[in-house]
Design a protein around this ligand. Structure first.
Ligand SMILES: Nc1ncnc2c1ncn2[C@@H]1O[C@H](COP(=O)(O)OP(=O)(O)O)[C@@H](O)[C@H]1O
Ligand SMILES: [Mg+2]
Length: 361
């Protein structure tokens, strides 16, 4: 799908706004803190049902309003997607003390309420901003989050499996804690046999998650969008199985946490030079680390296109000011290959881009 228009109200710094987008390239120009990233956050929200930066979703609601709305119009096929956010209650009538409890988030497709797994993945995006440039040296959780964001967009079963895995993991960890502390859990007390239920659930969903992550990493390694460099990813998989859980059973109770499974996965970036493939987090220059992220982002575009048989919309958040000439050229090549929305504080970076629509903040 491509986005043609969004209407937003009470979203961060925007009271009420309508923005229109070209099916090709749209450039959003504005000074710092004018809301450029907020617009991309709206688009990401319509894509995934989540924010790429809010720690608490309530953050996105303009202070001190009670309800934020983001509604997008899409083509191919003609669809409307809408996200409504609240702080969990709204005042009714004139009396500010009189409140009613309401859901914190509602997701709608063509006006009909949907679950997250059905809402996400209709409008597909690849976001690329300054924070991504550090992916090579960031924490493993950031890299896992990257894998989940990509795979969740193209695979409904992955979205379902991931939600179920995360829920199961929290329950299992809670139970491990109760076992360690000898606390009663339910009528039967916290026993090792109760763990079996969660073990099965985690193994079933965890297997699917690792398998899909593995497939994605294989795709990335065999589809090189930049042939002059030899980057590759190494999947550091934390497999989950009955045997592995058994092996760590004692330690898990002592730590009161699940020690194996995809929530412990990681991957590293390598650059092949001669016979050796060096780990870029340790031996890469800053330039090489950044180039490998560009390589990964281009591969992400290709992967989503291959899996969904449709080009995702590329969202570039203030990226050109962060890059040197060589890196900029790589990103520029990707602009124009699909619907692209670019934000910048400095219009001179995008002079060479054929811009169809321009938004000035
Ligand atoms: N919940 C909120 N209510 C009101 N304003 C907000 C809220 N969250 C963020 N903002 C404002 O949004 C602006 C930042 O927008 P941002 O999209 O990051 O700007 P840019 O990317 O153009 O630099 C800041 O002025 C910030 O105060
Ligand atoms: Mg910004």
């Amino acid at each position: 799908m491509i986005v043609t228009k969004i209407q937003i109200s009470n979203f961060r710094n925007f009271k009420r706004k309508v923005f229109k987008f070209s099916p090709k390239t749209t450039v959003i120009v504005g000074p710092n803190a004018s809301g450029k990233t907020n617009i991309l956050e709206c688009l990401f929200l319509l894509s995934t049902g989540k924010s790429f930066r809010a720690r608490v979703e309530e953050e996105m609601i303009s202070y001190p309003e009670e309800i934020a709305r983001v509604k997008g119009e899409f083509l191919r096929p003609k669809t409307s997607l809408e996200v409504v956010l609240t702080r969990g209650e709204i005042t009714v009538g004139e009396d500010p003390e009189k409140t009613e409890r309401v859901p914190r988030k509602r997701l709608l497709i063509n006006g009909l309420a949907k679950r997250l797994i059905d809402f996400a993945g209709n409008f597909r995006v690849v976001v690329f901003g300054p924070q991504d440039l550090e992916l090579v040296i960031e924490s493993p959780s950031r890299r896992r989050n990257f894998l989940d964001t990509v795979l969740s967009q193209v695979d409904r079963e992955y979205r379902r499996g991931l939600l179920s895995y995360e829920k199961g993991l929290r329950q299992r960890n809670r139970l491990l804690f109760r076992i360690r502390e000898n606390l009663p859990a339910g009528r039967q007390g916290a026993s090792r046999s109760q763990l079996l239920f969660w073990d099965k659930l985690l193994i079933k969903n965890g297997d699917y998650i690792s398998q899909k992550r593995e497939e994605f990493i294989d795709f990335i390694n065999t589809t090189s969008p930049m042939n002059e460099q030899y980057f590759s990813l190494d999947y550091d998989k934390s497999a989950i199985s009955e045997a592995r859980l058994e092996q760590y059973a004692k330690e898990e109770v002592a730590a009161a946490t699940t020690l194996v499974g995809p929530h412990r996965d990681d991957f590293c970036f390598r650059l092949k030079k001669g016979k050796r493939a060096r780990d870029l987090s340790r031996y890469g220059s800053r330039g090489e680390q950044r180039m490998s992220v560009l390589w990964l982002k281009l591969a992400e575009l290709a992967y989503i296109e291959e899996k969904s048989e449709e080009k995702p919309t590329l969202l570039l958040d203030d990226i050109f000011s962060e890059l040197d000439h060589e890196h900029r050229k790589v990103v520029m090549k990707a602009v124009g290959g699909q619907q692209t929305i670019i934000t910048t504080a400095d219009p001179h970076f995008i002079e060479d881009i054929e811009k169809v629509e321009k938004i000035k903040l």
